[in-house]
Design a protein around this ligand. Structure first.
Ligand code: BGC
Length: 721
């Protein structure tokens, strides 16, 4: 007994000292981890990276060019290099277990709020540190060219300027926490069908003006430290071995110094990838391995200096972040926190977009609306995001049903049914309710990575709305979707309609607050909302013609020949994406880009812009354009003032108008704010294909200011010489 007692005492002492050590380590980690933001490159970092490189054999260097265990870079004991962890990304950090799910992608874009983008980026960075993650595999910034793309919910908008303006603070937010952001999917990954085998055939002007600016801003302004190449081909060559995208544009034109990784299993040829800019094959060395690269170095097909350059990029980036000298896990950060939930709620509140509000049915008065019916497949449980690699298991997600019931507290009379009830007594509950909320749309199974979605709502949902509207004239449709859907069967039968995108884990609370007037709806469409899929400008160009299919012969993993049937998708819609098409053609979508209703009203006035300017005056400050926005209603609300530029005297065809500035304003009733926006040279430029550069044609430009791409009450002409 005494002996056992002594052993226990010893064990206790040992565990106590271990505990003290852990606490000390944690305390010192916290101290070290506080210096989180990456250091700029420096001669010292370069010297360290080169010294590490010098200790490696060619085989070891090749080993570093690929990932391991699905989500890690490779460790290299010879230089004391541990492995570093990666995690997706778009709505929450999904590495393991539950996480905070934010209003990511399309929802974030609907907020038109760069400061929200920064906050969500910071929160994701902290969530990543709390889970020991070094690389966050986001943000996704591909242009929403078609509503069918199954990943639009993860991306931002149809407009390169809006994307660029949001992606920069988002990246800064993530990276300020000592986590590498990875902008993806580079490039022209605008659909999910057949994603390994699509060849996006696009002219350079369209690529530069529409599809690359958000990546360009991520690199040149956001200083993103990782980029992920997409699965598809671009103009005949897979992205992971595309010299134009990777070497010419990314690494040369934009001067990218970070790590270029492949999407998961998006590498098709080790030698071609190695020679054309790919630094890191994820998730495993199927192609960039010793079997393929050693003989290539020996034969001269790959230079050892090319391999060195890839390794140096990895080492330099990891050194800049201090990954080799500090623990990535930061005990100062919470795995779950009220602060994160607040950011998630803010995201949902800022993004939800009110599209129809007949006779000012909304906001509802909670004192008067007592009997509520909440029906539909998306009412419960909460649908926080779409499907695929971004799918995050949210902490305590609030569904539309529970959000509405919670807002009403103990007095609520809330009837719930996932569909239209068949029992006559329950049908009465719907008929006699003061209001019926029909929550329809998609979910991770029906809107997901890896496949496209339908433009029509999933089966039975149109009929559900029609039945609810027939039973009760106060039927309000709440749509969960990454963008537009076919509303033709029911929109004129319901008095109110709101688009929620995928609002994250606090969506239910935000919806309830907006419906019942505790928060003014402030989301603005980040995409044009089409009447039909056929009317979308990309519709006739979206699929390849099977007659044009070609075969790509490759050598697969085990030296087996592998053939891909390549589908050639010709982007014949060129620059005419979304509102660029609608405003140029003079036709109208159902709801225009930039549109969203509020419970208050705003007036735009007093536009001031120089009538004459010279190209020389644009740099470095830009041309200042100013105007006033007044809240003319009786409640506080937010407006997004949008500035579009037209170039009627251009030598080439240009879209009728393009977004080149915006500002989100929170205004009290009666308040006026004077807004000044600055237009830089790019705001007036187009990509001159023969000259391979951005140019400005001197002449007349028109500045338009308003609250959507179609409603611009202010305009002024600038003669630019
Ligand atoms: C997706 C990427 C993701 C990766 C790792 C791929 O399927 O396309 O966006 O980052 O998986 O999960």
């Amino acid at each position: 007994m005494r002996y056992r007692g002594r052993v226990m005492e010893k064990q206790l002492k040992r565990s106590l000292s271990a505990f003290v050590l852990v606490i000390l380590a944690a305390v010192s980690c916290t101290g070290i981890a506080a210096a989180q933001a990456p250091a700029p490159d420096s001669p010292d970092i370069e010297a360290q990276a080169h010294a590490m490189l010098a200790k490696l054999t060619l085989e070891q260097k090749i080993e570093l060019l690929s990932g391991i265990d699905n989500m890690f870079t490779r460790p290299m004991p010879a230089i004391d290099l541990p492995r570093f962890k990666m995690s997706d990304a778009s709505v929450g950090v999904r590495t393991w277990g539950p996480t905070t799910a934010y209003a990511g992608g399309a929802a974030l874009a609907a907020s038109w709020d760069p400061e929200l983008a920064r906050k969500i980026g910071e929160s994701l960075g902290r969530d990543a540190r709390a889970r020991n993650v070094n690389f966050l595999l986001g943000p996704g910034v591909n242009i929403a060219r078609s509503p069918l793309n199954g990943r639009n919910f993860e991306y931002l908008s149809e407009d390169p300027f809006l994307n660029s303006t949001l992606v920069v603070p988002f990246i800064e937010g993530v990276q300020s926490q000592g986590v590498i952001a990875t902008v993806k999917h580079y490039a022209l990954n605008n659909s999910e069908f057949n994603r390994h085998n699509i060849d996006a055939e696009v002219d350079e002007r369209t690529i530069r003006e529409i599809y690359l600016p958000s990546f360009e801003a991520a690199v040149t302004e956001g200083h993103v430290d990782a980029v992920m190449d997409s699965y598809n081909l671009v103009n005949g060559v897979h992205s992971t071995q595309n010299d134009f995208l990777n070497l010419k544009v990314l690494k040369s034109d934009w001067g990218f110094q970070g790590v270029l990784m492949s999407d998961w299993d998006a590498t098709y040829d080790g030698v071609a990838a190695c020679n054309n800019g790919l630094d890191l094959e994820m998730p495993s060395p199927k192609f960039m391995n010793a079997k393929n690269l050693l003989p290539a170095v020996q034969s001269g097909a790959v230079k050892e200096s090319t391999i060195d350059e890839h390794v140096l990029r990895l080492l330099r980036t990891e050194l800049r972040y201090g990954f080799t000298t500090r623990p990535q896990f930061d005990p100062a950060d919470s795995t779950y926190s009220v602060a994160d939930r607040t950011v998630a709620l803010q995201g949902a509140l800022e993004s939800i977009t009110l599209l129809k509000n007949q006779d000012h049915l909304l906001p509802l008065d909670p004192a008067k609306v007592k009997n509520i019916a909440v029906i539909g497949p998306d009412a419960y449980p909460a649908v926080t995001g779409g499907g695929g690699s971004s799918e995050a298991h949210a902490f305590e997600p609030v569904s539309i049903l529970t959000g509405i019931a919670n807002l009403h507290g103990p007095d609520a009379h809330v009837f719930y049914s996932p569909g239209m009830p068949e029992d006559p007594a329950e049908k009465k509950a719907v008929e006699q309710a003061d209001v019926v909320f029909v929550a329809v749309g998609f979910n991770p199974k029906t809107e997901s990575e890896g496949r496209d979605r339908t433009f029509t709502l999933p089966p039975g949902q149109d009929a559900l709305i029609e039945a609810a509207a027939a039973a009760n004239s106060h039927t309000i449709v709440l749509l969960t979707a990454g963008g537009g859907v076919d509303t033709s069967r029911w929109l004129d039968k319901v008095p109110a309609f709101m688009l929620l995108y995928y609002p994250g884990q606090e969506g239910g609370t935000a919806v309830a607050q907006i419906l019942f007037g505790q928060h003014d709806p402030e989301g603005k469409l980040p995409v044009s909302f089409d009447r039909s899929w056929e009317s979308n400008p990309s519709a006739k160009w979206y699929y390849g013609d099977p007659k044009d299919n070609t075969t790509l012969h490759t050598t697969g993993e085990n030296d087996q020949p592998k053939d891909y049937t390549i589908e050639h998708v010709k982007y014949g819609d060129k620059l005419m994406v979304g509102y660029r098409y609608w405003t140029t053609s003079g036709k109208h979508p159902l709801f225009p880009f930039g549109f969203g209703l509020s419970y208050t009203t705003f007036r735009f006035s007093n536009l001031q812009a120089p009538s004459l300017a010279t190209k020389g005056t644009i740099d470095p400050k830009g041309i200042a354009v100013s105007f006033d926005v007044t809240n003319t209603g009786t409640v506080a609300g937010a407006e997004v003032a949008q500035l579009y530029v037209s170039d009627p005297s251009a030598q080439v065809d240009r879209p009728e108008r393009e977004l080149k500035g915006f500002e989100k304003l929170q205004l009290a009733p009666g308040e006026t704010r004077h807004v000044t926006l600055s237009l830089d040279a790019r705001a007036f430029s187009y990509w001159d294909e023969p000259a391979h550069k951005w140019i400005i044609d001197p002449g007349k430009f028109v500045i338009r200011v308003g609250d959507s791409s179609e409603h611009t009450p202010l305009d002024a002409a600038i003669d630019l010489r």
